[in-house]
Design a binder for this molecule. Structure first.
Ligand SMILES: [Zn+2]
Length: 83
C-alpha cells in the first residue's frame, strides 16, 4: 500500500512540474532553433533579351535597340533593318 502512495505522489509531482519543464524546453528550443528558411525565388541578376536577328541572348544593358527590336550588335541591326 505504501508503494501506491509513493506512485501517487510521484505522479502528482510530475503532473505539476512537467508542464513547466516542457515550456522551458520549448522556449530553449525556440531560441536555439535556426530561423525558418524564407522562400527564395531565384532572382535573375541581369535581364536578358534575345537578338532579333541571331537570337543570341544578351544583357539588356548591352543590347542595341532598333525599330524592329533589340540586337546584339550594330551589324545585326543594320542587317535586319537594312539601314
Ligand atoms: Zn545578333
Amino acid at each position: 500500500m505504501r508503494i501506491l502512495w509513493f506512485a501517487l505522489i510521484v505522479f502528482l509531482v510530475l503532473w505539476i512540474v512537467a508542464p513547466g519543464l516542457f515550456h522551458k524546453a520549448l522556449r530553449r528550443s525556440e531560441k536555439t532553433a535556426p530561423p525558418p528558411p524564407t522562400p527564395t525565388t531565384p532572382q535573375p541578376t541581369t535581364d536578358v533579351v534575345a537578338c532579333a536577328f541571331c537570337h543570341l541572348h544578351i544583357p539588356t544593358a548591352s543590347a542595341i535597340s532598333g525599330r524592329k527590336g533589340v540586337y546584339c550588335c550594330e551589324a545585326h541591326r543594320n542587317e535586319a533593318e537594312g539601314s
